[in-house]
Design a protein around this ligand. Structure first.
Ligand SMILES: *Cc1c(COP(=O)(O)O)cnc(C)c1O
Length: 405
């Protein structure tokens, strides 16, 4: 399929107002993660972006402004994290929200009553709940399907479809959608493609470069990386969308605080080395789980026999550190949760500390049983977010948790 997405976007980029344009640079992402955009470094010489803990900003005189008015509208620390995430994702504009859900809720304000959206069927449970409990009553209809099959995406398009919303890999069964193909389909049919890039982060995957129109993040996960901060992001290349999101962001007000912006900036500095280490641990654990007699199935995109392995390799530079696995016995699944000592039984993912969750009762509880059954979220399934600890210790912990009778 031939596709002209980049060219169209470049033309649009030109139209962005001067000063609003995220200056692209030629540095490697590894350098950009550490240095961010450094918009204010010249002013004070501070190596770490200061926390501008100010609600409001003094104007020098009538008709004059420092560029900052009130921190719901913009704050220098938040602006730095927004520009940094835009730089890493290759977007022109980034927006920082108080949580990932706040970012997705703001994104949904782009749509109107009567609009239809197609989404991955094993979506993050909170996103599903937002679509069903909040957006539906506002007249927005969502169809869920296996977006790893492009033909299913195509078959579900209706006259009023406005957007394809995907996660890749999905949560928790790690299905991979071909983002380039989805982008071509979206372009052909005049739809937006929005990708939740929480699992792989821009370090491994940059959906805008693959043709997506917008990227969503729960910054709570890998970007923050320390299980200590909630945050969310939207990044786009589209001028119209950027202007509308800007209006929604400052009007609704679920913005990221200066201190939390700083924590995410600090997290991003080590994103690359954390991702590398977490991924290498995940590969060792996935292989160990695969050879365990109590384990029925292992879902990890990095394993060669994973159905999405090849497509993931084509569109990203890594497999991340999220693993799901199915054990053969329900009692065992539940026993493991209480037995693990280093790996904590806790919701969330992406941080330096390894966590294990029970999707059916935690992250995916909001999803109806019939969908859960179809996508394989059952009592046997556990999800592991692999941290940066020593892999041998993590495996020993799993060993005593799984192999004990
Ligand atoms: C956690 C998560 C969210 C929601 O983010 P919060 O920061 O918890 O609000 C959205 N999408 C994915 C894939 C997530 O893992």
């Amino acid at each position: 399929m031939k596709c002209w997405i980049r060219i169209v976007k470049q033309a649009k980029l030109k139209a962005l107002r001067e000063g609003d344009v995220m200056k692209k640079n030629n540095l490697d992402i590894k350098t950009n993660m550490v240095h961010g955009r450094r918009s204010l470094a010249e002013v004070t010489g501070a190596i770490s972006m200061p926390i501008y803990q100010s609600a409001t900003f003094r104007h020098p005189a009538y008709g004059e402004s420092t560029g900052y008015d009130y921190s719901r509208v913009q704050n220098p620390t938040r602006e730095e994290v927004e520009d940094t995430i835009a730089l890493l994702e290759g977007g022109s504009k980034g927006f920082a929200f108080s949580t990932g859900m706040a970012a997705i809720a703001a994104m949904m304000e782009l749509f109107s009553p009567g609009d239809h959206i197609i989404a991955s069927d094993d979506l993050y449970g909170g996103t599903y709940r937002l679509f069903e409990e909040i957006n539906k009553k506002n007249g927005i209809e969502v169809t869920y399907c296996d977006t790893s099959r492009i033909v299913e995406l195509e078959n579900n398009i209706q006259k009023n479809t406005k957007c394809l919303f995907i996660e890749s890999p999905t949560n928790p069964t790690m299905k991979v959608t071909d983002i380039r193909q989805a982008a071509c389909l979206a372009r052909e049919k005049g739809l937006k493609l929005i990708v939740d890039n929480t699992f792989l982060t821009p370090y491994f995957q940059r959906p805008l470069d693959l043709g997506a129109d917008m990227v969503v993040h729960s910054g709570t996960k890998y970007l923050g990386g320390h299980n200590d901060t909630l945050a969310g992001f939207l990044v786009t290349n589209d001028v119209d969308d950027a202007e509308r999101i800007d209006m929604i962001h400052k009007t609704v007000g679920a913005v990221l605080s200066p201190f939390d912006s700083w924590l995410i900036l600090r997290g991003i500095k080590t994103l690359g080395i954390r991702m590398e280490r977490q991924q290498s641990n995940a590969m060792k654990i996935a292989q160990w789980l695969k050879s365990n007699q109590h384990v029925e199935e292992v879902y990890y995109v990095g394993l060669e026999d994973h159905p999405g392995h090849e497509i993931n390799n084509k569109q990203s530079e890594g497999s991340g550190a999220m693993i799901s696995f199915r054990v053969k016995d329900v009692k065992k699944a539940r026993d493991i949760l209480g037995r693990l000592k280093i790996i904590s039984f806790a919701e969330s993912l992406g941080g330096v500390e390894s966590l294990i969750t029970y999707p059916i009762e935690q992250t995916h509880q909001a999803i109806p049983k019939e969908i859960r059954d179809r996508i394989g979220v059952d009592e046997y399934l556990l999800r592991l977010s692999v941290g940066i600890e020593e892999a041998k210790d993590l495996i020993a912990d799993l060993d005593q948790g799984i192999n004990r009778e």
